[in-house]
Design a protein. Structure first.
Length: 95
C-alpha cells in the first residue's frame, strides 16, 4: 500500500531540500530541490510560491539563475516539524 505525504510533510521535505541543496552560491536551484524533495516540477512550483509568500523561503536571482534560500521563519518551522517527527517516532507514530 502506498502512503501519500501530507501537505505539511511535503512543505517540510521542500524546506529540507532547500536547506541541504544550497550550493556555493548560497541558494538551492529548483532542479536540485525537485530531486531532493522527490516531487514534480508543477507541484513544486506551487509549493515554492506558497512558501515564499509565507516568508519561509527567499527567492534569489543571480544573473539568469533563480534559486531559493531558507529564511529564519522557514528554519524555525523546519526545526519544529523535525522535533514533532522525533516525538511521534518515539511513540511509534508516523506523520
Amino acid at each position: 500500500m502506498s502512503v501519500y505525504r501530507s501537505r505539511v510533510r511535503l512543505y517540510a521535505d521542500v524546506l529540507r531540500a532547500v536547506r541541504d541543496g544550497a550550493g556555493d552560491e548560497g541558494f538551492a536551484r529548483i532542479s536540485a530541490v525537485m530531486r531532493k524533495a522527490n516531487t514534480s516540477y508543477a507541484k513544486l512550483s506551487g509549493i515554492l510560491d506558497e512558501l515564499a509568500k509565507s516568508s519561509m523561503l527567499e527567492i534569489v536571482e543571480s544573473g539568469d539563475v533563480k534559486g531559493y534560500r531558507l529564511t529564519e521563519i522557514g528554519l524555525k518551522f523546519l526545526d519544529e516539524y523535525e522535533r514533532l517527527e522525533r516525538f511521534a517516532k518515539a511513540y511509534g507514530l508516523r506523520l
